[in-house]
Structures are given as C-alpha cells and as structure tokens.
Write a new protein. Sequence first.
Length: 189
Amino acid sequence: MAAPAPAQRVREVVEPATASVGLLLEDVEVVRAGARSVVRVVVDLPEDADGELDLDRVADATRAVSDALDANDVVPGHYTLEVSSPGVSRALTQRRHFVRAVGRSVTLRLADGGTLAGRLTDVERDGDAGAVLVVVPVTPGLKGRPPKVGEPVRLALDAVRDGHVEVDLSGLGTADDDDDAGADAGREG
C-alpha cells in the first residue's frame, strides 16, 4: 500500500493551477481514507477581488487542480479530490483575511489576552505594522434592549492573535413579518 503524497509536494503542484484560475491556495491536506487518499484543497479569492467565491470559481479550480495532479502523478493510487472555500469558520490571521471580512461582525482575540467584538469597518495600510484594523465595538443589549455601539477602535494587525467572523442575523425580520407578507400576498384587493 503506497503512502499518501506529502502535502508540500501536492502544494507545489496545485498552487500554479489555482493561480491560473485567479485564486489563492489557502491550504492543502493529504490524508489516508481506507485504500484511497483524500486530497483536500482550500482556495480563496485574492485580497483585492470583488464579490464572493462562488461555485463556478470552485469548479474551475477543481478542474485545474485535478488536471495538475493527474499530469504530475504526485498522489499514488486512487484518490478523492475535495476543493472548497475556507468558509465562515476559518480563523482570520492574515491581512487579506481581514480585508475580505470588512463589513462583517467579528470577534478578535488580542495578543495581550483580551477580546474585542464588533463590526470590522476598515483595514488600513500601515508601513510599520502592515495593517491597522478598525473595529466598531458592539455590546449586545440586555433583555430586549438595543445593542450598545462604541467608538471605533484602531488596532495594529500584529496586536491581534486571530479573529472569527460571527454569524449576524440582525438584518433578518421576525417570523411575524414573514407571515404578514405571505398573508398580504394571498389577499385580493
């Protein structure tokens, strides 16, 4: 039984393939699953790209990565290829991760052990620190009260251990709103 290909060798082969379709290679993992290997490739949009990473772009990356792996024969035997985006649960650690998260609610773990939760409003370039994150702190309201919004906080990226995008449901209406809209649509005028 052949050992799975080292992830570094697979990375060397698939990185140009993902770049050829305008995407960045975020991560590569090669694991054994029974008699097969599973090659997991995570791709992302470049920092300056507009929009979101859609299924068509992931399909393009899948074809390019598959062709590159087949041409270079770096994974011995049969393998399963999984190509995906990082998803909302990925840790924000690099400047480009934060740039792609502007406008979203985030929770940051700070290098000094503290945390900061709020809306990431900007990522500014800074020659010394590389980047400065601008976060508007938001403290949830208690017992039905509105959240408390603070003054923007500027943090050097190197003062942040990592961050996570928080699921933000604040823009969704109540179930009653949806029921009323459906009821109105069914009424004749």
